[in-house]
Design a protein around this ligand. Structure first.
Ligand code: SF4
Length: 433
């Protein structure tokens, strides 16, 4: 979402005649777009901002702005603490970027119900892939999460506006779009939800792959599973944050589902879509997480067998409900649990990756392999990143036979027969006989 917001600001500035600097030294305007989801991210941002102080002293004409969730979270205190910053903008105030870089100093962090930025379509990304925000904000208030306090209430872009942006991407040759929402299942434009949006986007010519993020297990419309199955362009991969494998902790987290309800959704997805891949987010060391709760999480991870997971230690965030809970889990225990979880999940991911050996995959070429410029990087319809041992055109879709797996990455050779612009996706994970 932050990448998308950076693109939004770049679009506003380009429309106003600004051009992107090639290095920080030649820039007249420096904007640090920020994330406040974890304490670690905020600390990194604050030290990054401090590193700009010397530059501002040397070149006082430079305008420095901080945007996104950190200023929304810290409000005016950020300017008080760091007076060399000229302006701060919260996620609902990005439109002010053009006036702020010119001369408007100050703090702009008020929420609006209308900041959907329909007037610009960034339509950019790391070719041939692009993020497209379809909604902003979140109404859920999970007890550990700062997002509803920094991004405000849920609001959906209109289908017409999203189609306009994706069509623009299609004309520019992009092949893969990832539709974004903090809680994308709740997308709602005048009664039309995510399944309808997906089916409309799938009609856009030359867009070949459509992913969507992030699905909340409590509000997952099961009809989405049927759309995923029936529409060949929609990726057979789902990011479904579990957060904890203990129903007791899930309740404290205010996630509105139990461990068993989560398993039910996964079973339904796996029964409907063959070889579907699943990724997740997990937090360990939530206040009052007992050894038994942690064991439940480990058992869930083994039971589900996620293809990959983003795993974190709980980090208290100001304003959230969980910040008022007594944090009984020692830092040392949190670290130990995180290491154990990473160990278990790494083994699962490694085994899953090994199972790709010998398979033929439909791979969208996304760029060159930075480690070997004679090779390409690519991604499957099942959201698995692979390396192809040949330099191929970005945006091409080719069949690749996996010969080996290094770390977690399948590495393969292209088969003669290219898939071109059409693909079934159905045979992607079949073993060659
Ligand atoms: S659904 Fe996601 S973004 Fe919304 S409050 Fe919960 S964790 Fe945060």
């Amino acid at each position: 979402m932050n990448i998308y917001d950076s693109n939004l600001m770049a679009s506003f500035l380009e429309e106003d005649g600004y051009i992107e600097a090639q290095s920080i030294e030649e820039a007249d305007v420096i904007i640090v777009n920020t994330c406040a989801v974890r304490e670690h991210a905020v600390n990194r941002v604050l030290s990054r901002i401090d590193s700009l102080k010397g530059l501002k002293k040397k070149y006082p004409h430079i305008r420095i702005g901080v945007t996104g969730c950190v200023p929304q979270h810290l409000k005016g205190t950020l300017l008080e603490k760091k007076p060399f910053i000229d302006f701060v903008l919260g996620p609902d105030n990005l439109k002010r970027i053009t006036s702020s870089v010119k001369d408007k100093a100050g703090v702009f962090v008020e929420f609006t119900d209308t900041a959907l930025y329909s007037e610009v379509s960034p339509a950019r990304g790391k070719f041939p892939e692009a993020f497209v925000s379809v909604m902003r904000g979140c109404n859920n208030f999970c007890s550990y999460c700062v997002v509803p306090y920094t991004r405000g209430k849920e609001k959906s872009r209109s289908i017409e506006n999203i189609v306009h942006e994706v069509s623009k991407l299609s004309k520019r040759g992009y092949k893969r779009v990832i539709l974004l929402g903090q809680n994308v299942n709740n997308y709602n434009d005048r009664g039309n939800g995510l399944p309808y949006l997906l089916s409309i986007i799938a009609k856009i010519k030359s867009i070949e792959r459509i992913g969507f993020l992030t699905s909340h297990p409590a509000y997952f419309p099961l009809v989405v599973i049927d759309v995923m199955k029936d529409e060949p362009k929609i990726e057979k991969s789902l990011h479904l944050p579990l957060q904890s494998g203990s129903s007791r902790i899930l309740k404290l987290m205010k996630r509105n589902y139990t461990k068993d309800e989560y398993i039910k959704i996964v079973d339904k997805i796996r029964d409907t879509i063959e070889d579907v891949t699943l990724s997740t987010d997990i937090v360990v060391g939530f206040p009052d997480e007992k050894e038994k709760d942690f064991t439940d999480t480990i058992n869930m991870v083994k039971r589900i067998g996620f293809d990959s997971a983003y795993m974190f230690k709980y980090s208290p965030r100001k304003s959230t409900l969980a910040n008022t809970f007594v944090d009984t889990v020692k830092e040392e225990t949190k670290k130990k649990r995180l290491n154990e979880l990473i160990r278990v999940q790494s083994e699962i991911t490694r085994n899953k990756s090994e199972s790709y050996k010998g398979k033929v995959l439909d791979v969208l070429i996304t760029g060159e392999n930075e480690k070997n410029l004679l090779e390409s990087n690519g991604i499957t319809l099942y959201n698995k990143r692979v390396v192809v041992k040949e330099k191929l055109r970005k945006g091409a879709i080719v069949k690749v036979r996996v010969e080996e797996v290094k770390g977690w990455t399948p590495i393969g050779v292209p088969l003669k027969e290219a898939i071109g612009s059409k693909q079934s996706g159905e045979s992607s994970h079949r073993l060659l006989s």
